[in-house]
Design a protein around this ligand. Structure first.
Ligand SMILES: *[C@@H]1O[C@H](CO)[C@@H](O)[C@H](O)[C@H]1NC(C)=O
Ligand SMILES: *[C@@H]1O[C@H](CO)[C@@H](O)[C@H](O)[C@H]1NC(C)=O
Ligand SMILES: *[C@@H]1O[C@H](CO)[C@@H](O)[C@H](O)[C@H]1NC(C)=O
Ligand SMILES: CC(=O)N[C@H]1CO[C@H](CO)[C@@H](O)[C@@H]1O
Length: 322
């Protein structure tokens, strides 16, 4: 189906995108005038229009607008081109994205990040890695957006050699203490089985958020270090970091793995008090620890009320794992 781009753009502008849940604008075009002119629109208008196309993943109108921009000589515009690359990536049209990428001037890191992110999300992952090396060769300095994407690709490829080089670059560019970059490095090392490097990254970051703690807990749990996972969990509790569902799932499973009954009960009690037990993943982990830790006759008599007793224990306080 071929829809006149002018009509679409006018519809989008006149609707002000107030109701995002309405049917896509392409279906409304019949009720509107057929022919309207775009020729005197400013690049700023096109930027705005493309932003809304990206938000709605509107690939068809986006392609039409791309064709229109080429016609009016804005086809190689860096800002509009970057937005179009972003749109193609968001809609998983990566070959279109790459073709356009090759045509526009590539001085800004944002454009590289958009395409690297596209490949890191959808693959092929080695394309993300190649682009990363290409950008460095071109003298574009990667930033805190680039690193998590390329590291995700490394994780997926289990490419520790690339991961180590990315880590070097992280240090050189001064992003070593960034929690997002740090969490991505930890995930990468964990995926590649190098827990000690993951821990080094963790230790270098002094202002940690719960995501960073969860990454390190998962790194231990995934690599069969349940005791270290539980020890780190205690440390997290001492630092008064509020756990999330991911924290509990990881640590309860670790407790189950070492059949560490006291820790398991503590976590179970904590989950009940905080209402986390209603979450399916936490529930599964709790059942798992029950099966692993309790003898069959004990198992039958266990009910939530028994675990709620832990809430009255004076030793618990904010400490949810000891
Ligand atoms: C856009 O770039 C392509 C390839 O680099 C070139 O052939 C074309 O003439 C350029 N168009 C404009 C309008 O600059
Ligand atoms: C990257 O760093 C900039 C500047 O410090 C910050 O504003 C931005 O939120 C960071 N982005 C991410 C994804 O961490
Ligand atoms: C982790 O990587 C470092 C090099 O950065 C290496 O010295 C060490 O042996 C690795 N450890 C494991 C468990 O692979
Ligand atoms: C090792 C790894 O993470 N592999 C994943 C790479 O991505 C594909 C598709 O997204 C997954 O199926 C793999 O498990």
């Amino acid at each position: 189906m071929s829809v006149n781009i002018n009509v679409i753009v006018v519809i989008l502008i006149s609707c002000h995108f107030v109701n995002k849940s309405q049917t896509p604008p392409t279906t409304h075009h019949r009720h509107l005038p057929r022919k309207l002119h775009l020729t005197n629109r400013s690049p700023l208008d096109y930027q705005y229009i493309l932003k809304t196309f990206i938000a709605r993943r509107a690939i068809q109108p986006g392609r039409q607008l791309h064709a229109h921009l080429c016609l009016i000589g804005l086809g190689n515009d860096t800002i509009l081109g970057t937005k179009l690359v972003d749109l193609y990536c968001s809609c998983n049209y990566l070959s279109n994205a790459h073709l356009l990428f090759d045509r526009i001037s590539k001085q800004n890191v944002f454009l590289w990040n958009v395409l690297i992110r596209g490949y890191a999300w959808n693959g092929p992952y080695n394309a993300a890695v190649s682009l990363y090396y290409e950008m460095i060769k071109k003298g574009v300095v990667p930033d805190n957006f680039t690193f998590p994407f390329v590291l995700k690709a490394c994780s997926n490829l289990s490419a520790i050699d690339v991961g180590l080089e990315v880590h070097d670059q992280v240090v050189r560019t001064g992003w070593e203490t960034d929690v997002f970059v740090g969490a991505a490095l930890i995930d990468m090392y964990a995926k590649c089985g190098n827990v000690s490097n993951a821990r080094q990254v963790f230790d270098k970051i002094l202002e940690r958020d719960v995501v960073l703690w969860n990454s390190m807990l998962a790194a231990y749990a995934q690599n069969s270090h349940p005791e270290d996972c539980l020890a780190l969990c205690s440390e997290m509790a001492l630092n008064m970091v509020r756990p999330t569902v991911a924290t509990l799932v990881t640590t309860i499973s670790a407790a189950a793995d070492v059949a560490a009954l006291p820790q398991g009960r503590e976590l179970h009690g904590y989950s009940w008090r905080q209402g986390f037990h209603v979450q399916d993943k936490v529930k599964t982990a709790l059942v798992d620890i029950k099966l692993k830790c309790e003898s069959p006759q004990q198992h039958r008599s266990l009910g939530p009320s028994r675990y709620l007793d832990f809430s009255s224990s004076p030793s618990t306080g904010p400490v949810f794992c000891t």
